[in-house]
Design a protein around this ligand. Structure first.
Ligand SMILES: *Cc1c(COP(=O)(O)O)cnc(C)c1O
Length: 429
C-alpha cells in the first residue's frame, strides 16, 4: 500500500517511510492511496486485539511480517476498551484505559511499536519532536519510553497544561525530554513545524513527528469505531460523536467509514475553538489563535488533520453530508458534566462532556431519539479533577496508572517561544 501526500507535490511512499517522516517533504500529510474494505469476518472477533489484528493485517501485511504485527497489536492494546450504555440509545466508548488514561495511547503505542520494528532492521536513530496541548505528549512519551534508537523531545506550553499532565510529561527521564515553552500551544506547534522545514537541521538529525499528523497514529484510531459497532450491533447504521481538536480521532472514523463501516453520521464536537464546525456551516476555513478552555486537549486554532479531511472528501458539500459540527462553551461543559452525573450516575471528563452536549443538541435538532449514538470518551475524568469538582462537587478518584507520576519530581528545560532556541537545544544536546 502506498501513501500519498495531501499537498500532492511529493511522491507516494510506503508505510515505513510515511511513518518515519511524519510529514511529507512538501509538508502535506500522508493518506493511504486506496482504502481497502474491512475483512469479512471482522465482526466475528472475540477480543479487541483480534479485531485490531484483522484490520492491521489488512492494511499492513505487505510491510510488516504477520506474526510481528500481531505482537505489535497485542503489546500496544493491552488494556480494556469498554462500550457502556449511558441511557437509552446513548453509548460511550471509553478510550481512556491505557497507561496515560487518554485515547492517544492507541495511536502512540501502535506507532511506537511500528517504528521500533522498522528501526531495528536498519541501524537508524530518530528524534521525535512533539508539540502537545496536554495529552499527546504524555501518550507519546509513555509509548516511546526506553524504546531503543529513539529520543523524544516534547514541547508544551508553560502553565497551560494541567498539573497532572505536566507531571506525566516531565517525570519519565531516560530518552524523554520535556521543553517548557513560554508561549501557547500554537507557538509550540509552530516551532515544531519550523524545525521540520529547516533543511540544514534535518541534514544533521533525523527528525520525526508523533503528533496526530503521523499516519502511524491515524490508522489505529480507525479500529475502535468497528469495535463499538460490533459491541452494539445496531439494526441499521449508527452515529458517532467525536470530541475534536486536531481532528485525528474523527479522521480515524472517516477511514473506518470508507472501509465500509455503516456509519450514518459523524458529530464533530468542539469547544469554542470551532474552526471546523464553522467551516461546515459557512464553507469558510478561518484558522485563528486558540482559546484556552476546560477541554484543553481540544484548544486548537488550526486543526492539523483538516487537510486530510479535505483530501478525503474533495469538497465542502461532501464533507457536510458526513459530518455535523457543534460548538460547546465552558459553562455548557460544566452543566453537562453535572447533569449527566446526576441523572445517569456517569462521570464525563470535560472533553467527553463537550461531546455529550453536541450529541444532545443533535438529537434535539433532528428529532432523532432512536439511532444509537456512540460518544468517544477521550480521557479519564480524574485527569481534570478541578473541573469535575467544580461541576459536581465530587473529586474523582485518580486511577493507579496516573498516581505513579504524581510522586516523582518534575524535570523540564524552559525555553522561549523562538525557533532559534529550539534549534540550539536540538543541536547542542
Ligand atoms: C487529543 C485529545 C482530543 C482531540 O483529539 P484530536 O484527534 O486532536 O481531535 C480530545 N480529547 C482528549 C482527551 C485528547 O487528549
Amino acid at each position: 500500500m502506498k501513501y500519498f501526500s495531501t499537498h500532492k507535490k511529493s511522491s507516494s511512499v510506503n508505510y515505513k517511510d510515511a511513518l518515519i517522516r511524519g510529514l511529507a517533504p512538501d509538508r502535506g500529510l500522508y493518506l493511504p492511496e486506496e482504502i481497502l474494505p474491512y475483512p469479512q469476518d471482522l465482526m466475528q472477533s472475540d477480543t479487541y486485539w483480534q479485531m485490531a489484528d484483522k484490520l492491521a493485517q489488512n492494511l499492513l501485511n505487505d510491510e510488516i511480517e504477520s506474526e510481528a504485527l500481531s505482537k505489535i497489536i497485542q503489546d500496544a492494546f493491552n488494556f480494556a476498551v469498554p462500550v457502556k450504555k449511558i441511557h437509552d440509545f446513548n453509548y460511550v466508548l471509553e478510550l481512556y484505559h491505557g497507561p496515560t488514561a487518554a485515547f492517544k495511547d492507541f495511536g502512540a503505542r501502535f506507532m511506537a511499536r511500528c517504528m521500533s520494528y522498522f528501526l531495528e532492521q536498519e541501524s537508524m536513530k530518530v528524534t521525535i519532536l512533539v508539540a502537545t496541548s496536554g495529552d499527546t505528549g504524555s501518550a507519546v512519551a509513555k509509548g516511546f519510553y526506553q524504546v531503543p534508537n529513539i529520543d523524544v523531545v516534547i514541547l508544551y506550553p508553560k502553565n497551560k497544561v494541567s498539573p497532572l499532565q505536566e507531571k506525566q510529561l516531565t517525570t519519565l527521564g531516560h530518552n524523554i525530554t520535556a521543553l517548557e515553552i513560554n508561549g501557547t500551544f500554537d507557538d509550540c506547534q509552530h516551532m515544531v513545524k519550523e524545525a521540520f522545514m529547516d533543511q540544514k537541521l534535518n541534514d544533521q538529525i533525523q527528525l520525526s513527528s508523533a503528533n496526530s499528523i503521523n499516519i502511524g497514529r491515524l490508522l489505529p484510531q480507525s479500529f475502535y469505531y468497528f469495535w463499538a459497532y460490533q459491541q452494539i450491533m445496531p439494526n441499521q447504521s449508527m452515529v458517532f460523536c467525536t470530541p475534536s481538536g486536531n481532528f485525528g480521532n474523527l479522521t480515524g472514523g472517516i477511514l473506518a467509514k470508507r472501509m465500509g463501516l455503516n456509519i450514518k453520521q459523524f458529530i464533530a464536537a468542539t469547544n469554542v475553538n470551532d474552526v471546523v464546525p464553522e467551516y461546515l456551516t459557512t464553507g469558510q476555513y478561518r484558522p485563528r489563535p486558540s482559546i484556552a478552555t476546560f477541554s484543553n486537549a481540544m484548544d486548537v486554532g488550526n486543526p492539523s488533520n483538516f487537510d486530510r479531511m479535505l483530501a478525503i472528501y474533495g469538497s465542502h458539500d461532501e464533507m457536510n453530508q458526513d459530518i455535523l459540527g457543534y460548538k460547546v462553551t465552558d459553562s455548557q461543559t460544566l452543566a453537562i458534566i453535572s447533569s449527566v452525573y446526576q441523572n445517569y450516575n456517569y462521570l464525563l471528563d470535560p472533553h467527553g462532556a463537550v461531546g455529550y452536549k453536541a450529541l444532545s443538541d443533535y438529537r434535539k435538532e433532528r428529532g432523532d431519539e432512536e439511532t444509537p449514538i456512540v460518544l468517544l470518551e477521550t480521557a479519564h475524568p480524574a485527569k481534570f479533577g478541578e473541573v469535575i469538582e467544580k461541576a459536581t462537587g465530587v473529586l474523582p478518584e485518580i486511577p493507579e496508572v496516573l498516581k505513579e507520576a504524581l510522586t516523582k519530581e518534575k524535570v523540564s528545560i524552559e525555553i522561549n517561544a523562538k525557533y532559534e532556541d529550539l534549534k540550539n537545544y536540538l543541536l547542542n544536546r
